[in-house]
Design a protein around this ligand. Sequence first.
Ligand SMILES: Nc1ncnc2c1ncn2[C@@H]1O[C@H](COP(=O)(O)OP(=O)(O)OP(=O)(O)O)[C@@H](O)[C@H]1O
Length: 269
Amino acid sequence: MAAETTGDRADDTAQRGETILELEGLIKRFGEFAAIDGVDMTVERGEFRSVIGPNGAGKTTLFNLISGALPVTSGTVRFDGDDITSMSPEARVRAGIGRSFQISNVFGGLSVRENVRLAAQANQQADYSIVQSLFKTTDRYSDINEATDRTLERVDLADLADVEANALAYGDRRRLEIGVVLAADPALVLLDEPTAGMSVEETRETIDLIEEVLVDQTLLLIEHDIELVMELSDRITVLNRGEVIAEGSPEGIAADQAVQDAYLGGVVE
Ligand SMILES: Nc1ncnc2c1ncn2[C@@H]1O[C@H](COP(=O)(O)OP(=O)(O)OP(=O)(O)O)[C@@H](O)[C@H]1O
């Protein structure tokens, strides 16, 4: 089953084989302590990559370095061929890096449409100079409205567009969180424990939604549920104490002795 899911995803992506994200010699120290200790990692366009590892391995810190939430101590982050190591988080979102889940990106007091619209607007603003904006106001607003409507359809929230985000049921709220990421039209989406605290049923719904709605995106997932990781990933990177100790297909990782020793404790056969 795993091969089917991941294979389809890979085949559908025309530009597969191109590198979209490249981390080189990445180090992040908090004082003397290196939470990320020399990570090299390459992700291909269209890939579904999971990052796993024991508690404290450095997974969230790695995501923070990719999204720009934290500055690197040393090393390089390259996205779409550009060195983005010194870019602000906002500029990275405009460049095409979206992040969802652990940091809630939804404003509870705004309607569903307003939330999606704000995200679409933030993205579009970057595409226009001041002079262009003066002359293209009408086009610009229709572009934003179109992007908003398109996103609402994709996450199946068009019927709830005028509802306040605070009033949404749990599953719909998750749809909106994905919608807010999608509205910025990201090429790469960082998913930090999307199913944390969910029931089995909610987990399945969220995963189905991610697979359905984010099919064109390159996905980088942090997830503690190993079964899910094995089912969804094209490739898995295993971190331990800030270092990559293994990388490969789900089957290869499950069979890797170093991974079992460090993390899986021999549970996965
Ligand atoms: N802002 C910070 N200041 C000091 N130490 C930090 C900071 N953020 C993370 N750390 C430390 O860096 C290490 C890696 O933390 P990180 O949250 O990246 O791990 P993780 O793999 O995401 O863990 P978990 O699976 O428990 O979420 C941990 O030892 C943590 O205590």
